[in-house]
Ligand binder design. Structure first.
Ligand SMILES: *Cc1c(COP(=O)(O)O)cnc(C)c1O
Length: 425
């Protein structure tokens, strides 16, 4: 049966993941204001860089305007290291293929294209919903000249880093790590954001801690950190006038934003604990349904940024998605992501589809896509052909992100659980 809508909607919307402020933030912002460091220099910036190094365990951190800016400068660094300095006006990756996560936000991937590179998407494995090491190894067989891998940790769950790192090291490649969603998560006790040579975290408004916006470049490499610091402030040389010998960017974090981030840092562990409690409550509340939550592999401590579920294949009602629209046919005992999203929004809460895989996106549809069993390019319409879908497409088809806001009360979450259950009635 379709969702019947007999639960009273929330008066105040329950968000997927919204900023959770604590009070210290405004004090650091106030301090920036009163001392007039309303700029891209100041104490808040210095402090958040220190806090990030301490918490995550890296030598250098450079605060930037966005995680995307950090990924862009990482792409540039990796490109120059692998292929040399480009002519001005050309990207460091001009015409070069780069392996990257497929089931992720497009901010992981776009920076490769900013630099002229060609993303080659690597399919996903089922144990962590991250880059499949088997498909990555296959990709190196098909494209042995590739030297750079961009990897994201989906929804705060670390990828299979032992396997991934051994493949990357074997092929003498550079890892660019996108820990935007996974700050504070660990793999075998090691923080995400420390595995790559160049690493990124994000303070975007819906991340585990936020500055309203902002991001950070992390590395143990001093030259790289100095380059990012220079490039992000328009690449001025040390000269009496504005002397430019390299292409610059306006990517530095504002000291006002840094004040918000500074106030959030002490609450990171608390946010992770809240997110974990949300995951556990969904796990308990939904345990009788034909679904599973996003997997938690052994040896990992995720930050539980977003709880997601995937519906058993046998419990999927008919759902069709076009490029921008969808339809489904409600069926007794069955449901589908779009029905669950409709049900959640009918009580004034916010869910979200799983990230639509990059290889299914119109702008990237002609890019190579590597699956573990394929021999090169997998067709995006494989599922429609009757052959099995690739893993990323399958998770997108059957999965959905649930409201995971820190401030959601137990009562609210119980009501969300009830409407999800009703979808399967
Ligand atoms: C949020 C996010 C980013 C981008 O971070 P911004 O700070 O918003 O630029 C990059 N990658 C992933 C996987 C993200 O979720």
């Amino acid at each position: 049966m379709a969702f019947k809508g007999n639960i009273t909607p929330f008066e105040k919307k329950v968000w997927l993941a919204s900023p959770t402020m604590h009070g210290e933030e405004i004090q650091f912002v106030q301090e920036a204001y009163e001392t007039n460091w309303m700029s891209t220099v100041g104490k808040n910036i210095n402090e958040v860089e220190k806090l990030a190094c301490e918490y995550i365990g890296c030598k250098y951190a450079v605060a930037l305007s966005a995680g995307t800016a950090s990924l862009h400068l990482s792409a540039k660094l990796a490109g120059i290291e692998a292929y040399g300095v480009p002519e001005v006006g050309h990207g460091a990756l001009e015409g070069k293929k780069v392996f990257c996560s497929d089931l992720t936000f497009d901010a992981t991937v776009n920076p490769i294209v900013y630099e002229g590179g060609i993303p080659v998407f690597i399919d996903t494995e089922r144990e962590s919903w991250n880059m499949d090491p088997v498909a990555l190894e296959k990709a190196f067989e098909i494209y042995p000249d590739v030297r750079i891998v961009f990897l994201a940790h989906l929804y705060g769950t670390p990828a299979k880093m032992d396997e991934i790192m051994s493949i990357i090291n074997k092929h003498h490649a550079i890892l660019v790590e996108d820990a935007a969603e996974s700050m504070g998560a660990t793999y075998k006790g090691i923080q995400t954001g420390t595995f790559g040579k160049y690493n990124t975290i994000s303070f975007n408004g819906n991340k585990i801690i936020t500055g309203s916006a902002g991001g950070m470049f992390l590395s143990d490499n001093e030259d790289a950190a100095n380059k990012v610091r220079k490039w992000s402030t328009q690449a001025r040389e040390n000269a009496p006038w504005y002397q430019h010998e390299e292409l610059g960017y306006n990517y530095r974090m504002s000291n006002v934003i840094a004040g918000v981030v500074r106030g959030q840092f002490p609450h990171l562990d608390e946010h992770i604990a809240q997110k974990k409690a949300i995951y556990m409550r969904y796990k308990e509340g939904l345990k009788d349904l034909p679904i599973t939550l996003n997997p938690i592999p052994d040896n990992t401590n995720p930050n539980y940024w977003l709880t997601s579920l995937i519906i058993d294949e046998t419990a999927m009602c008919k759902q069709v998605r076009g490029e921008r629209d969808f339809a489904y046919i409600p069926e007794e005992g069955k449901s589908c992501p779009q029905e669950i999203l409709d049900a959640i929004s009918s009580i004034n809460a916010e869910g979200r589809p799983i990230w639509k895989p990059m290889h299914m996106q119109p702008i990237y549809r002609l890019n190579p896509f590597i699956v573990r069993d394929g021999n090169g390019r997998a067709r995006t319409n494989a599922y429609i052909d009757g052959s099995s879908a690739d893993v990323g497409m399958d998770i997108f088809n059957r999965g959905v992100c649930l409201p995971s806001d820190n401030k959601m009360t137990e009562d609210q979450q119980n009501r969300i659980i009830e409407v999800i259950k009703a979808c399967f009635n």
